[in-house]
Design a protein around this ligand. Sequence first.
Ligand code: ZN
Ligand code: MN
Length: 139
Amino acid sequence: MTPQRMAILNYLKGNLEHPSAEDIYKAIGKKFPTMSFATVYNTLETLKQMGQIRELYCDPYKKRFDPNPNPHHHVVCTQCQKIVDLQDEIRIKPPTLTTEKFEILGSHIEFYGICSKCKSKNSSSRKEETIYVKNRTGS
Ligand code: ZN
Ligand code: MN
């Protein structure tokens, strides 16, 4: 086990943020300034293949990583891409495949919505908008 791999694993241990490779690179870089982004990326790939971490596809902009090995579902904010674990046990029955021959490896439910931070941001910007419209119409 290389010190880099240790550092990445330690950073991910108990991490609930579902960080991207970039986030991990930025965080680890403080301790290992010579570590390249490619090393971080390749290490994450290795850890994924070893089954130590899971890759999430809920963020349309970048891959995100999850160190939680227990099967669980997620809720994603459509505005800031915050990903939060769901503790609820939701069981999905595997589909009966007819046309496409797939070997099912797993399933994952992704709920999407707006987190409380973005929600309050939205309502305050809506207020500003209202004030702006009011001023323009002179009322
Ligand atoms: Zn958000
Ligand atoms: Mn998770």
